[in-house]
Design a protein around this ligand. Structure first.
Ligand SMILES: *Cc1c(COP(=O)(O)O)cnc(C)c1O
Length: 398
């Protein structure tokens, strides 16, 4: 067969996500003056939009860095050396945040749920057992991008409140902000982190830290805080340079401005609804494939616990890796690897793949990715049920 990958490729991995032309064009300019002019005038206007995006009237700070940098930003503003964190892990990324905390000298109690939703009873037990209230913060991930498990943030707040536990609640929204519903203040979250390259449709390189008034106050006594990571001057600068503790990430900020404009024009609830609808099309297709091959199934059984920006699919090793290779080299669609999803008998996660539906994605992109996956299964003789594309189209049409 001829190679059918030539044409505009589609990187359907959960970050970096597709960058809209409008964002690219906003970044296509020479170096701006950082002491006056367009950049200066534009930056203050980003702050209210970033707060609205997270659903908070609290503070926000911007860092030059990726998600790992924001884990560190969060940790340094939350803890002193030797203080305790309770970390909830539903896949890979909770472990990353825990490692960052441990590396800084925080004592970590890790509740590892595997690539599965959290067990709220275990969370409650761990907090109840903390009689002396030594846990300073609970760190959780809204959607784990490896397992595609989405955990209920408000439910964790309810547990803390029911026990009268004073721990701060901190949430990694890197995979969800601008994709999945998120309401920082309504859900009682004290600290939120996100990064530019996922729902915010901007190249990797800047990250965001939102703080409730309680978290802001607590950060002042956080012993791990250093001049570079301290949130205070970045969130409430008196000089322009303090926003970024040095030179601004100039082009990223112009790109971010365009991305926030796009989200604002579409309307955040509509952005969430689009992600949910595209996710449901993917779930319907995978379920149809699975009806002809029990090895193919969604990693997350309960729809309420599935993220809206990425879907992790079990296919059985080595089918997932073979299929990803085919879709990329033969059809121009790159699907996500089975990140951190090794199992006995599948040390490299060759039985998993991920389909992203994150950020600047519409129906034809998602239907295209599914159709290409279907073609790949046919080409590779991977057994699969029929009717997946009809099922996905029916969701799109509904
Ligand atoms: C992508 C991601 C990260 C890591 O971000 P990097 O920019 O790769 O450091 C952390 N947490 C979640 C939930 C993510 O999706």
């Amino acid at each position: 067969m001829p190679n059918l990958a030539h044409g505009r490729p589609y990187l359907a991995i959960p970050g970096p996500s597709t960058i809209p032309e409008r964002v690219l064009q906003a970044m296509n300019r020479g170096a701006p003056n950082i002491y006056a002019g367009a950049l200066h005038d534009m930056v203050a206007g980003l702050w209210p939009d970033l707060k609205a995006l997270a659903g908070t009237t609290g503070d926000v700070a911007v860092y030059i860095g990726n998600g790992h940098a924001l884990w560190e930003a969060a940790n340094t503003n939350l803890f002193s050396r030797g203080e305790k964190a309770l970390v909830l892990a539903s896949g890979l990324f909770g472990h990353g945040w825990a490692n960052s905390a441990r590396g800084l000298g925080v004592e970590v109690a890790l509740l590892d749920f595997g690539p599965a939703p959290m067990d709220l009873d275990r969370v409650e037990d761990a907090l109840r057992a903390d009689r002396t209230r030594e846990i300073r913060a609970v760190l959780m991930t809204q959607t784990d991008t490896a397992s595609s498990v989405k955990n209920d943030v408000a439910a964790v707040r309810s547990v803390l409140d029911a026990l009268g536990h004073p721990a701060l609640l901190a949430v990694d929204c890197i995979a969800t902000l601008g994709c999945d519903e998120y309401r920082m203040d309504d859900w009682g979250v004290d600290l939120t982190i996100a990064a530019s390259q996922k729902g915010l449709m901007t190249p990797p390189g800047i990250g965001f830290l939102w703080m409730s008034p309680r978290a802001m106050a607590a950060s002042e006594s956080a012993g791990l805080r250093t001049p570079y990571w301290a949130v205070g001057p970045r969130a409430r600068p008196t000089e322009f340079w303090q926003y970024f503790c040095g030179t601004a990430p100039t082009h990223h900020l112009f790109g971010l401005r365009a991305a926030l404009d796009m989200i604002g024009e579409e309307g955040l609830p509509n952005v969430w609804a689009r992600h949910h609808h595209l996710a449901r099309a993917v779930w319907a297709a995978v379920e149809a494939w699975g009806r002809g091959n029990p090895e193919i199934r969604l990693n997350v059984a309960d729809p309420a616990c599935r993220g809206w920006s990425v879907t992790s699919v079990r296919m059985g090793a080595p089918h997932a890796t073979r299929l990803r290779d085919w879709t990329e080299t033969q059809a121009g669609v790159t699907l996500g690897i089975g990140l951190g999803m090794s199992e006995p008998g599948d040390p490299h996660g060759d039985g998993f793949l991920r389909i992203a539906h994150m950020g600047h994605v519409n129906a034809h992109m998602t239907l295209g990715a599914l159709a290409v996956a279907e073609a790949g299964m046919q080409a590779l003789d991977i057994p699969h049920g029929t009717g997946a594309l009809e099922a996905a189209a029916a969701v799109i049409a509904s």
